[in-house]
Design a protein around this ligand. Sequence first.
Ligand SMILES: *[C@@H]1O[C@H](CO)[C@@H](O)[C@H](O)[C@H]1NC(C)=O
Ligand SMILES: *[C@@H]1O[C@H](CO)[C@@H](O)[C@H](O)[C@H]1NC(C)=O
Ligand SMILES: *[C@@H]1O[C@H](CO)[C@@H](O)[C@H](O)[C@H]1NC(C)=O
Ligand SMILES: *[C@@H]1O[C@H](CO)[C@@H](O)[C@H](O)[C@H]1NC(C)=O
Length: 756
Amino acid sequence: MSCIFIFFFFFFFEGSYTKVIPSSIINSTVPLSYETYIVHVEKPAHVRTETLTDEDHWNYYRSFLPTHQLSSGGQRLLYSYRSVISGFAARLTRDEVKAIENLPGVLHAVPDRKLFLHTTHVSDFLDLSPRTCFMRETNFGKGAVIGVLDTGIFPSHPSFKDSGISHPPSAKWKGHCDFKPTVCNNKLVGAKSFNHGTHKDLPFDDDGHGTHTASVAAGWLVRNADVLGNARGTASGVAPGAHLSVYKVCHAGEGCLASDVLAGIDQAIADGVDVLSISIGARTVPFYDDAVAVGTLAAVERGIFVSSSAGNAGPGRATVQNDAPWMLTVGATGMDRAIRATVRLGSGEELNGESAYQPVGFTSILLPIVYPGARGGSRAKTCSDGSLTRLNIKGMIVLCHTGGTNTSVEKGAVVVRAGGVAMILVNEEERRSTIESGAHVLPTAQVGYSEGQRIVVYATSTANPTATILFKGTMYGTSPAPAVASFSGRGPSRLNEGIVKPDIVGPGVNIVAAWPFPVGPPALEAGNATLATFNVASGTSASAAVLAGTAALLKNSHPDWSPAVIKSAMMTTADVLDREGKAIADETLADAGYFAVGSGHVNPTRANDPGLVYDLRPEDYVTYLCGLGYTDKQVSVISRRAVECSLLDAMTAEELNYPSISVAMGSNMEKTVMRTARNVGEMEAVYSVQIRAPEGVEVSVYPEKLGFSEMNQNMSYNVYFSTGEVGGRRGGVAQGQLRWVSNKHVVKSSLLISFV
Ligand SMILES: *[C@@H]1O[C@H](CO)[C@@H](O)[C@H](O)[C@H]1NC(C)=O
Ligand SMILES: *[C@@H]1O[C@H](CO)[C@@H](O)[C@H](O)[C@H]1NC(C)=O
Ligand SMILES: *[C@@H]1O[C@H](CO)[C@@H](O)[C@H](O)[C@H]1NC(C)=O
Ligand SMILES: *[C@@H]1O[C@H](CO)[C@@H](O)[C@H](O)[C@H]1NC(C)=O
């Protein structure tokens, strides 16, 4: 023990900041401007880091800093990370950072950055709860702990009651509840807040997002849940038997700092979560600059499954976020349900829309339409706050467009304050047919882009345009379903075109779950105390939470599955066709394609019995990072250990044993990628290959049959691709599919060719 400490202190005196930093940079005539940096350092030499205490880490990291305190007296070292990175977060000036980067043992310093919640707008209530034999097989996720990094939680909501839920596994669970007095129970087993290096705030949800995502993943059953008197039913998370541990890393109005997120992941690893649900992100940056990517790799190495949102920056190309191959990247789809609100025009024409607020006895008398966008600027067109004050809209139905600074529900408040009595909300072009059923504060119908254009034409070409809204309640069986939402982040990944991203899609439009505030017209009354209610939110946040819940279910039925195996099981069994048997569509109603759906729409029951799986070891990701062309230092930052890429077997991103296959091909080119499948189905099974080759590419597989004779047996096969002249297809992609078929299972892999 003492021997370890001798080496340890020796190291940190050698690397000590004060010896290296030139005194000239301390310039007292200029007020110092501190920013937070995340600094990656080598692990202390000659020391097994597992033996270090928190205090040892703290002291080691402090040895890189010029002083322990800021001139203002504030704390300089904000976070001393344990497992999530080898490094710390500290307040530093730009000059100090430059000096630190030159110290021996320092690998990389990254300025802190703000990440964003992946929710678009908020709506109202629906039901999502498959009560199947699959749920019994997976015990509703019993025993698994889902860690949710978000805005905190509203702990007294009925969705977080623990009746019928057992204690968390005591051998494994080390989390704490920071609520005082403690309001945690067997459902909510941990809660902590992270805010600029402190844990002082209680982890209460001041936004709604965290309460919503937590209850989507693992909310307990609440019967007769309703909102505004509508759509009464049972509300339930995907894994109602699982435990929740909440890490509040986002704060209302402030977003989520990468340094706080990293601290949250660090804590979740120490606590012993099984699954992480991360519905926050930002524009992608190289993995060594991306705290979430680095932190989640540490989690995955410890067997923690990470479900993360693809982001809501769609539908443009290359808008996908959280796209590291060790994360499950989840896009969002709409379901086959609508809470109908139909616009009836004075001409007699009716156009279908949606609204979760369904007022009883709303007038069927036609009201005059006012269209602030007819002559006003873009603020008036989107009914943004302050843009309607000079218009006389008393008693009128107001035509507004989505977009601008205010959410759909906020626009309603703007209209009410200006005297309007109802709102028709028209989708902007890129949203097309993706409609959110908002819990509006006044009678509203949100309609798709093409329906909206008809209304605009009517309102601008008719002398005295009139309209009303007919509220028709919840309808099922709408099509196409599932369909990718307009906002869902799209591939290709900017960083790793060797991997198709997103990986998968799941429900993320109009998802019902717990909410800490009143919704609908009561929300207009100021000063209302926090109130348990339900709400619908749309966003890839919700879909990532659905997949986190699904992972908890699979952890229960397959405790030995690695994160990569769970991911493989989800991806190779995902549905590629919608309920009518057509390719899953996007918001334009056309085939969405792999850059929108990834491997398809999650099918949890099939994922429980995938037949074959593609596994990955943590060290495979290191080889993959070398294959991306990163330097040894950059790979060392991400993998938290010294790596020399030249000593590893070279591998391209295409060759990672991923459940989907993406290759870049030029003219007259041949390529081979290998995959290794493991048998987790029947002991004896024979699989034959079926190939749907991407257009313009020849594909063959060897061997064409895989005969397994034992469980967990591994067999490899090669996929050969060859192209002719690429010509005008350069820059485009072609899609195909490879399937291994036995008499019990179909194991699907997407094939995506990018022509270069
Ligand atoms: C301190 O900063 C001021 C303003 O930028 C500069 O003029 C001065 O030369 C600096 N002094 C030293 C010692 O670097
Ligand atoms: C509209 O958005 C602005 C900017 O985010 C916000 O300050 C304002 O409160 C919003 N208006 C309403 C009615 O919520
Ligand atoms: C708070 O909200 C509830 C339910 O939405 C409503 O009945 C009540 O009147 C509101 N109270 C106040 C003080 O605004
Ligand atoms: C298949 O590979 C995995 C991971 O490398 C290994 O754990 C397992 O033991 C292998 N199966 C057999 C039957 O060797």
